[in-house]
Ligand binder design. Structure first.
Ligand code: NDP
Length: 379
């Protein structure tokens, strides 16, 4: 297996063998009533090899899972791995939101509005913004977009934020990241008023998330989506050992705070963690948000653990029409033989992120208009 293209973090990664304990744990099927047809309750007979797990503290990694030098042992393995279907859950959530929005419009004539500010010409950012707009359309949220040139000034961005802060038809403001390097991201994110911070990135929201007895107005969308998946599949969190891999402000750190709020015992693994597999292999729940393809091997996973894979990594694939495909941080093929439940990539956490953005925007419109709030306003 070969490493390619460091600049774009485009990695050729294979993950075709290995794993550690191929012990079988039955997933508690009584927990699966909400999404019964999601359950991939399948029986497989596999021959597994113990593999080499490789890791790197840089953005690039050679993930060489089918090492001929590994000591091969054959294990007849039956698995009951369950696929946590984020696409389907996100669709359900969008439908629920659409119903609420149409009721809101009928009863008080208010339509939630989301404003998105995009600076520059990054294609990926433009795609994300387009997808967000499309998602807003499907549920009946009004979307407002400002697209500024790459060489715009910070002041211009701040002016637009200020206008949206004052605009009563806008309930959520989102600044698409990353911003051009000449802009101060912190200044810009801090300018979004906390009541419209549907991304949940404002330090006040994060601060409240971290404090006992305080409630954030919004929770960042991706970690909120991870927890919502666990809830919708009735996967218990309280008292469980959870490991979050990655500690970024937008995913890893808030995911760890959320798990802690749900009474899990939480460890965080990051690029300087020694022997991460020793920590992950004790976890009942792993949320991985790293950006390293197939880094989490089957041998890193405790039998029966629940795995939430946030990572989205393009890996070279000559057979794909695009020349690449997307994989997660978790080596799905191996880990799904050990875990009790796992999110796929794509189709796991990704669709949930946008669903949570819509949910936060609806939440904001309700709060601003003093409508009845759900009993728990975070996930
Ligand atoms: P960042 O690059 O901001 O953070 C990555 C984190 O991973 C850092 O905390 C870093 O540690 C840690 N890390 C890096 N290498 C290793 C390693 N070898 N072992 C352990 N930890 C490591 O990424 P993001 O949090 O923004 O995104 C993470 C992944 O999630 C990406 O693939 C991204 O595309 C995806 N993503 C998916 C979303 C979705 O909707 N599904 C939304 C957002 C992101 P350190 O702090 O020490 O540097």
């Amino acid at each position: 297996m070969v490493l390619i293209d460091t600049a774009a973090s485009m990695i050729f990664a294979d993950c075709s063998s290995s794993s550690s304990t191929a012990r079988l744990l039955l997933f508690n099927t009584t927990k699966l009533q909400k999404y019964p047809d999601n359950i991939s309750l399948f029986r497989r007979s596999n021959s597994l090899q113990f593999g080499i797990s490789s890791r790197s503290s840089s953005r690039t990694i050679i993930t060489h899972c089918s090492s001929p030098s590994t000591s091969a042992i054959q294990i007849n393995n039956e698995t009951f791995a369950k696929v946590i279907d984020g696409k389907r859950v996100a669709k359900d959530i969008r439908e629920e939101i659409a119903v609420e929005i149409s009721r809101m419009q009928e009863e008080i004539g208010i339509v939630p509005g989301l404003a998105v500010i995009l600076v520059g010409d990054r294609k990926d950012s433009a795609t994300y913004v387009r997808n967000k707009k499309k998602a807003c359309d499907t549920v009946g949220i009004n979307s407002y977009e400002v697209h500024l040139a790459e060489d715009s000034t910070e002041e211009e961005v701040l002016n637009h934020i200020s206008k949206f802060n004052d605009d009563p038809s806008v309930h959520g403001i989102l600044v698409q990241l990353p911003l051009p390097s000449h802009m101060n991201e912190q200044n810009i994110l801090n300018a979004v008023c906390i009541e419209k911070d549907v991304d949940g990135f404002h330090p006040l929201n994060i601060g409240r998330l971290a404090m006992r007895g305080r409630e954030p107005l919004f929770v960042p969308c991706t970690p909120k989506g991870c927890i919502e998946l666990l809830h919708r599949y009735d996967i218990p969190i309280k008292g469980k050992r959870a490991v979050v891999i990655g500690r970024s402000n937008i995913v890893g750190m808030p995911a760890a705070l959320l798990l802690q709020r749900e009474d899990a015992t939480v460890s965080i693994v990051h690029s300087r963690t020694k022997n991460p597999e020793e920590i992950t292999s004790q976890a009942d729940i792993i949320i991985s948000a790293v950006g390293q393809p197939n880094m989490v091997r089957g041998s890193w996973v405790k039998p029966g653990a629940v795995l939430i894979d946030v990572g989205i990594n393009p890996v070279e694939d000559p057979e794909s029409p695009r020349g690449y495909r997307l994989v997660g941080d978790i080596c799905y093929e191996e880990a799904s033989k050990v875990a009790s439940a796992i999110t796929p990539v794509p189709g796991g956490v990704g669709p949930m992120t946008i669903a949570m953005l819509l949910s936060n925007t609806l939440l904001s419109a309700k709060r601003i208009n003093n409508l009845r709030m759900p009993a728990e306003n975070i996930v």
